[in-house]
Write a protein that binds this ligand. Structure first.
Ligand code: FES
Ligand code: FES
Length: 154
């Protein structure tokens, strides 16, 4: 049994310690926000925060995640209200098929946590590990800029 702390709740998971965190989140805990894209740390669809850092959960073994705080997209909204980054993605129409978006939002969350007022170039550089097959990048950059304003300019 491995203990995982996901979005503030403790879970006992009966799985091989080498199982990927993504698999455990989706299959054992029913948290399907993080997506399986490539499975090889190339696309960012599976991004979650582990101990405050954005990681690709498809290549993060359960053993590495044990006992550390994990934040997934399901943990962002509070009291039925979307997180400002989620809301900004909606407001900017920054999604088409939506498959990459949860990973994008988690990567953006990690950026804004450490850099409340990123330049466009800094956003592009930080989001480099997240691929959108629909090519929604300009709207995503705009959404992250909008979220930064809402979160830190108020
Ligand atoms: S599914 Fe993890 S990086 Fe692509
Ligand atoms: S919105 Fe379709 S992959 Fe990004």
């Amino acid at each position: 049994m491995v203990t995982l702390e996901v979005n503030g709740a403790q879970h006992q998971v009966d799985a091989d310690p080498e199982t990927s965190l993504l698999e455990v989140l989706r299959n054992n805990l029913d948290l399907t926000g993080a997506k399986y894209g490539c499975g090889e740390s190339q696309c960012g669809a599976c991004t979650v925060l582990l101990d405050g850092q954005a990681v690709h959960s498809c290549v993060t073994p359960l053993s590495e995640a044990a006992g550390k705080p994990i934040l997934t997209i399901e943990g962002l909204a509070k009291n039925g209200k979307l997180h400002p980054i989620q809301q900004a993605f909606v407001d900017e129409g920054a999604m088409q098929c939506g498959y990459c978006v949860t990973g994008m939002i988690m990567a953006a969350y990690s950026l804004l946590k450490s850099k409340p007022d990123p330049t466009e170039a800094e956003i592009v550089e930080h989001m480099n590990g997240n691929i959108c097959r629909c090519g929604g990048y300009p709207r995503m950059v705009a959404a992250i800029q909008r979220a930064a304003k809402v979160m830190f300019d108020a």
